[in-house]
Design a protein around this ligand. Structure first.
Ligand SMILES: O=C(O)CCC(=O)C(=O)O
Length: 276
C-alpha cells in the first residue's frame, strides 16, 4: 500500500487493474473516454436541462445535490435521457474490471447509479466518506461489494477540486472513522480519464477554488446484485426505453436475477419486457 493512485494507459492490463484494486483500492484509467465523447456528454446534459426546466430545478436541489452542496448540480436518470450515456456506462474495460473484482461476492452485477455532477466555483470540500455508507450493515472485507467510477468530463485540477482519495483506506469496519486528511491524495485527471475505486474507499470531492472552472463529472458504479441500488433504475428508466437498450445494460439495470433475487412472476425479469 502506497500513497499514490496507480495510473494506467491503453491498452489497460487487466492484471495491473486488479492489482491496483487489491493494493490501493483505486486506479486511474488514462484516456478512458475521448475528448469528443466528453464534449458530447456535457452538451447533451446542458441541452436536456435547458429543454426541461423542471429537471433543472430538481438537479439544482436534489437530495444528493444537498449532500454535495448548493454549488453542485446533480442529475439522475441519465440512462433514459442522455443519449450518449448507455455506451459510456458500458465502457468495456470498466465493465470487465468491475465484473472481475465483484465476482468473488456475486454472480450478477448491477448499475448502482449513473449521475451527472457539476461542481461549480465555490463548491466546498466534501467530508471524506465511503460510498458504502447506506450499506453499513454489509461487512467490509477483502473483496468489495461495489465499485465507484468518477469520470472526468472536463479536466480535474487541484484548483477546481479534483477528487481526493485515501489509497488503501478500505479496511476496517463499515462505520470506521475517516482517516486523517494527511493521507489523502488528489486525483488530478485530464478530460477523459476515469478514476475507479472500491466504494468502501474513503474519498471526497475537493473544493473548487477556481474563478470560473466548472468540474463536469460522469459518476456511475457497479455493485453486487444482492444489495439495493442507490438509484432505483427500474423506476428511473421507463420500460419503453429499456427495450431499446443493449441486453447487457438491461441486465445491469435490474432485468436480471441473482438466484431467486429479482424474479418476475417467478421467472426471468426480462419476461416483463415482452409485454412492452
Ligand atoms: O466531486 C467528486 O469528485 C467526488 C464526489 C463524491 O464523492 C460524492 O459526491 O459522493
Amino acid at each position: 500500500m502506497g500513497n499514490t493512485i496507480p495510473r494506467l494507459t491503453r491498452p489497460y492490463d487487466p492484471a495491473e487493474v486488479d492489482a491496483a484494486f487489491r493494493d490501493e483500492g483505486a486506479v486511474v484509467l488514462s484516456g478512458a473516454y475521448s475528448r469528443e465523447e466528453c464534449e458530447t456528454y456535457v452538451e447533451q446534459v446542458r441541452t436536456y436541462l435547458a429543454d426541461n426546466p423542471d429537471e433543472k430545478e430538481y438537479a439544482d436541489g436534489s437530495l444528493l445535490a444537498q449532500f454535495q452542496g448548493d454549488t453542485s448540480q446533480t442529475m439522475h436518470q441519465l440512462i433514459g435521457t442522455i443519449p450518449c450515456v448507455p455506451d459510456m456506462v458500458l465502457h468495456r474495460d470498466i465493465v470487465d474490471a468491475c465484473r472481475r473484482v465483484l465476482a468473488p461476492l456475486s454472480d450478477t452485477m448491477l448499475l448502482t447509479i449513473a449521475e451527472y455532477m457539476a461542481r461549480k466555483p465555490g463548491a466546498p470540500v466534501q467530508e471524506l466518506h465511503r460510498d458504502t455508507f447506506s450499506w453499513q450493515h454489509a461487512p467490509c472485507g477483502e473483496n468489495p461489494v461495489a465499485i465507484s467510477v468518477m469520470s472526468a468530463m472536463s479536466d480535474f485540477t487541484a484548483e477546481n477540486g479534483a477528487t481526493w482519495v485515501v489509497p488503501g483506506a478500505h479496511t476496517g469496519p463499515p462505520t470506521a472513522p475517516a482517516p486523517d486528511w494527511s493521507e489523502a491524495v488528489q486525483a488530478e485527471m485530464a478530460q477523459g480519464d476515469a478514476l475507479m475505486f472500491r466504494a468502501d474507499l474513503f474519498h471526497a470531492g475537493g473544493a473548487n477554488n477556481s474563478a470560473s472552472d466548472v468540474r463536469h463529472i460522469l459518476s456511475f458504479g457497479f455493485q453486487v446484485a444482492w444489495l439495493r441500488q442507490v438509484e432505483n433504475s427500474l423506476l428511473s428508466v421507463p420500460p419503453e426505453k429499456v427495450v431499446e437498450l443493449p441486453p447487457e445494460l438491461q441486465e445491469l439495470l435490474g432485468y436480471s436475477h441473482e438466484l431467486v433475487l429479482g424474479l418476475y412472476k417467478g421467472g426471468h425479469p426480462r419476461n416483463a419486457l415482452q409485454q412492452v
